[in-house]
Design a protein around this ligand. Structure first.
Ligand SMILES: C=CC1=C(C)c2cc3[nH]c(cc4nc(cc5[nH]c(cc1n2)c(C)c5CCC(=O)O)C(CCC(=O)O)=C4C)c(C)c3C=C
Ligand SMILES: [Fe+2]
Length: 480
């Protein structure tokens, strides 16, 4: 490891503008080298694939170091010109016996029995990242969650009854955790893999407790959502950061958080494999419309709160379609958003409306591709397989297919293992000084009383306005 010397010269990037020495590569796997250094904008990791000569910066494949001349000389890599990098190949490294690596998988969680549905919905709607109330009204979050969960529960239960009486999410996530542990082991990394659900068992707090008990010395946090949204990975990461800041144990633990990974080659190729495979089941594969259906979020998340979800989703689909094109598959495709809840505007176009339009336009064969989630769940098994299939057939579409969720597909899990390995060198201490403004209201009693006082007055005034009354009525009608 010490034999490494790795320097970058004269690049025009602000963070690489000085001569820098990188860390030794923390792990080498299939000739992939990962170096890290602290730049003025935070910690960076540089990924070098010695087989393909390609660089990745902080997991982004499009990042190109301005390299003018490259030479591979025996055991020395030399990059000259704008950037130079030299290293002696250090050989394969296993994590040491003192090092205990933990991988924390983040997921949503789902009710296992019908009896769990209402409390699960209460947990979901209590999350300020799911129902985003203006600051002054945040004290209404829990009463509103109680009301909405009770009203929504009967409709939700119907869905869970249709898929066998409960969510398969816990079982599938546990299987993914086991398979990931095995994949890491094959790549010479011994790690424990933990599951943290946001709204049902095993809750995030349970996983955190286990990580402490096991004396994990380095942690990689991996959300099981390919694309980032405030409402999914964002909410789970926010909760984790709060726990980490409040627990002295985690102040000493190097942690690396992978926020999104939809652009990873292994994921893209695995999705393309599934699509290619399902297309081959149609009588005329080249005529099939590839219909990506993503879970929606309210438009305000993207347009007001800066959620990158829509951009990442569109980018993800473009990359998958490029991969398919490179395999000679040039089918038409479209993207729509499903599963909206409540009276606000959600990302458009809506899946149900597009299906009807496609039927009217004469599309006869359609392959539905669930794209925002990597395991089967109520919205694939009930909403897509039952409701949307029925709607599509009614609208004139004759041949229907659906791509399965990735689940434990080996190429996909192997890629997740690579993502974990690549994230290890960037693990660093979570700053205790970073301020979490979302919890301020809960912890500052004066602010809470002021909010309660003015919020109650505002709520009272609003309650009397006709617009509010009709919005609220729509809201309830929509939920039931
Ligand atoms: C990327 C995936 C998801 C996003 C984005 C998302 C946002 C989001 N969801 C709701 C409301 C509900 N979601 C529900 C279930 C549910 N949601 C996701 C994924 C995303 N949600 C999954 C995987 C599941 C299913 C879990 C399971 O049991 O299998 C539900 C409960 C089911 C129902 O009643 O329809 C609700 C409600 C909102 C409001 C939101 C964004 C703000
Ligand atoms: Fe959802």
């Amino acid at each position: 490891m010490d034999a490494l010397s790795c320097k970058v010269y004269n690049t025009n990037l602000s963070d690489l503008c000085h001569r820098r020495t990188f860390s030794p590569p923390a792990l080498v796997c299939n000739r992939k080298y990962v170096f890290s250094f602290n730049g003025s904008h935070g910690q960076f990791s540089l990924h070098l694939n010695a087989s393909t000569d390609k660089f990745k910066m902080n997991g982004k494949p499009n990042f190109q170091l301005p390299v003018q001349e490259r030479r591979l000389l025996g055991k020395t890599f030399s990059f000259m010109g704008d950037c130079a990098l030299e290293e002696n190949f250090p050989g394969v490294r296993m994590n040491t016996s003192q090092e205990k690596i933990g991988v924390l998988l983040l997921n949503l969680g789902g009710p296992e029995k019908l009896h769990d549905v209402q409390p699960f919905l209460f947990n979901l709607f209590s999350d300020p990242d799911i129902i985003r109330l203006p600051r002054l009204f945040q004290f209404l979050q829990r009463p509103l969650a109680q009301l909405v969960s009770v009203l929504r529960a009967p409709k939700s239960k119907e869905g869970y009854v249709a898929i066998g009486g409960g969510s398969p999410l816990r079982r599938i996530t546990d299987e993914q955790a086991c398979t990931l542990k095995e994949a890491l082991k094959e790549k010479k990394v011994n790690a424990n893999v933990y599951v943290a659900m946001r709204y049902w068992h095993p809750f995030t707090e349970e996983a955190i407790h286990q990580i402490k008990t096991d004396n994990v010395t380095k942690l990689v946090v991996l959300p099981l959502y390919p694309q980032f949204s405030i409402s999914t990975s964002g909410s789970s990461i926010k909760l984790l950061m709060r726990i980490f800041r409040e627990d002295a144990h985690f102040a000493q633990l190097p942690i690396s958080i992978i926020e999104s990974w939809y652009q990873r080659e292994g994921y893209i190729k695995s999705m393309a494999d599934l699509i290619e495979n399902e297309l081959s089941n149609f009588a005329n594969p080249q005529e099939v419309m590839i219909f990506f259906s993503a879970h929606g979020v309210p438009v305000s998340y993207v347009e007001d709160a800066g959620d990158p979800y829509r951009d990442q989703m569109e980018d993800c689909i473009n990359v998958i379609m490029d991969e398919l094109k490179s395999r000679g598959i040039g089918n038409p495709h479209t993207l729509a958003y499903q599963s909206r809840v409540g009276p606000v505007q959600w990302l458009k176009p809506y899946t149900d409306e597009v299906l009807v339009e496609l039927g009217q336009q004469g599309v006869k064969s359609l392959l539905a591709v669930p794209i925002s989630f990597v395991s089967e769940h109520i919205e694939t098994l009930e909403e897509i397989d039952m409701e949307y299939k029925h709607l599509a057939l009614e609208s004139g579409i004759e041949n229907w297919g659906r791509v399965p969720a990735l689940g434990c597909t080996s190429s996909f899990i192997s890629d997740l293992a690579d993502a974990v390995i690549e994230a290890l060198p960037t693990a660093s201490l979570v700053s205790s000084s970073a301020k979490d403004t979302s919890s301020e209201t809960d912890t500052d009693p004066l602010r809470y009383v002021i909010n309660l006082f003015f919020g109650s007055i505002l709520a009272f005034v609003l309650l009397l306005t006709p617009k509010f009354i009709s919005t609220f009525r729509n809201f309830l009608v929509y939920l039931m």
